[in-house]
Every structure is written in C-alpha cells, then in structure tokens.
Design a protein around this ligand. Structure first.
Ligand code: FE2
Ligand code: FE2
Length: 310
C-alpha cells in the first residue's frame, strides 16, 4: 500500500474539491510507432475532426480558469493527451505547472486511456517522465492520499493500450489491489473518494459502448458496493453528470465531463465540477462549471440524488 499525507489541508469542517479531466492536449505529429493501428485511425480522426472539437486555446484558458479557483484538493481523472505523443505530454506538463505550484501534493493526477495509447508510449513511460509526482512504483496501479484527518483519496489506473479500441481493463490483479487499498483507506472511519478514469454506470442505466467501456466494469461495481466510498470520480465519457447506481446505492458517481472540448451542449463543453465534502462524508454544494466564449465561467448547481436504500 502506498499512502502519502497531503500537506496544507486545513482542519475545517469541510473541504472544497475541484474535479476535472479529459483536457486532451494534442499534436498533429507522427511518432516512430505510426504504424500502430490505433495511431493510424487516431491521426486521421484528429486531422479531420477532433482538432476542431478540442481547440488548444480553450484548453489553455480552462487551465488558467482552474488555476484561479479556490479549492483544498484538486483531482484530475485522466486523458491529458490525445495520442500519448511526447510533445503532448510536454504541453500538458507545462499547462499543469501553475496547478502544481498552487496545490502541490494536493493536486492528484491519474492517467486515462489516451495517456496509455500505444505499447511504445507506455514502455517509454512518457506519463511517468512528465508527471513524476503521479508515477506509481513498478507494478502498482492503485494509490492512496490522506487528505486531512478524515478523508482519503484512492486512485487507480485501469488504462492500457488496445490495438484499435478505447477500453480499460480491471483485471484480477487490479481488483485485488483495489480491494486491499480501499480496505486500508477506509480504516478508522475515514471517508473515501475513489478516482478512476472509466465509468461503470451511465445515465438511464444504458450500457457503455463495447469499444469504449471498462472491461469487467461489473467487478468495479461490486468492489464499490463492498467498500462504499462516498463518491466515484471519473471522466472518459465526455458528458458531465451525477447519478447513483442501484448496485452501489451509497456511492455517488460523478463524471467531471471534458475540460478541453468545445460543444453546444453545456454538459459537454469545457469545464469541471466542484463540491464540498464534510468530515462526516456529506457531499454538498455540487456545481458544474463551464467556460463560456470570452472566458466567463457559468456555474450551475447540480442536484445530488439521495442515497438509495440498500
Ligand atoms: Fe477523453
Ligand atoms: Fe478516456
């Protein structure tokens, strides 16, 4: 188990948390593994479509907007790049500098599937090289951070390269590691926030697309039902939402939506989530924030569904 204590969390009755992800810095470049099937498809998609949906100016404006926010804890749930090119990681690392300067260890970062795009980019450890504070010890995929006296953040990395698809995988090793980390993190009555990249539950109970979902997502639902973290924070599907799943009635599922995408829908347009977490684990004041053209921030309260019986 890897536990680090986060300095500078005030001894207050609640902490304010900012959650963002899917900023997707991109570069239209070839790497030496240009022949990898997903790279061919990804490069064509980026050239034709995706670069218009993720304007670089917007990503930088959003990072500046986040850096100006007040929060005790900032959580990033993955997809800082588009194709795990080293230039993309370099851009992302530069954009994260003001956030690390402001929050230091209180900024917690995990990788998404776009940050584990090809076997070569994983082997060369671009993510770990450019985000050393987010690197895990060899062979580990789960970590804990203790935030103040009453809260633990548990993060896990289910992202790995697939030849053409955008899945994640919660394999048996990861399941074991996650169970033991959650067991320890929730000791002494501590409240746990769990952060991964992929959803296991979708609005309306509809299943995720076969080529885009977390493989063995039902196992994640079982792990969460067993340990009952206050909330499961994720991104991946580029829509902001808050829901409860009947399989995990005590845990709120929060999708922060994309930080870097331009959309006519406010829930898919560049933004993030903020909320308060009290010592007793009450999650209140949930707001979705999006960046209007011109840089103004639109804040809207998001209804929190009550805990379900079970
Ligand atoms: Fe994404
Ligand atoms: Fe993703």
């Amino acid at each position: 188990m890897q536990v680090r204590f986060l300095p500078g969390i005030p001894a207050c009755v609640f902490m304010r948390i900012l959650h963002f992800g899917d900023i997707h810095f991109w570069r239209l470049q070839l790497d030496r593994d240009f022949y990898y099937p997903k790279r061919i498809l990804g490069t064509a998609n980026l050239a034709l479509r995706r670069r218009h949906r993720f304007p670089p100016r917007l990503a930088w404006d959003v990072m500046a907007g986040i850096a100006a926010e007040e929060a005790d804890l900032v959580l990033f749930s993955g997809d800082m790049t588009t194709m795990s090119l080293e230039g993309e990681f370099r851009d992302a690392a530069r954009a994260f500098v003001p956030l690390y300067e402001k929050w230091g260890e209180r900024l917690v970062v995990i990788a998404g599937n776009h940050d584990r795009y090809s076997p070569r980019s994983v082997r060369l450890q671009y993510f770990e090289k450019h985000f050393p504070r987010a690197a895990l010890p060899e062979g580990r995929r789960v970590f804990s951070r203790q935030a103040g006296e009453h809260v633990s953040v548990v993060g896990f990395d289910a992202s790995r390269p697939f030849m053409v698809r955008s899945n994640g995988l919660l394999d048996e090793n990861l399941e074991r590691e996650l169970n033991s980390e959650l067991e320890a993190a929730g000791g002494c009555g501590r409240k746990v926030l769990l952060m991964g990249h992929f959803p296991y539950s979708y609005p309306g109970g509809s299943p995720g697309k076969w080529h885009h979902r977390l493989l063995r997502e039902e196992v994640l639902a079982r792990v969460i039902a067993r340990h009952q973290p206050v909330a499961y924070l994720h991104g991946h599907k580029h829509v902001r939402w808050c829901l409860r799943d009947t399989r995990t009635p005590r845990t709120l599922c929060l999708n922060c939506g994309p930080a870097g995408m331009s959309s006519s829908s406010p829930d898919s347009h560049a933004g993030w989530l903020t909320f308060n977490l009290s010592e007793d684990g009450s999650l209140t004041g949930l707001e979705k924030v999006s960046m209007a053209p011109g840089g103004d921030l639109l804040r809207e309260a998001l209804r929190i569904p009550p805990a379900l019986p079970g």
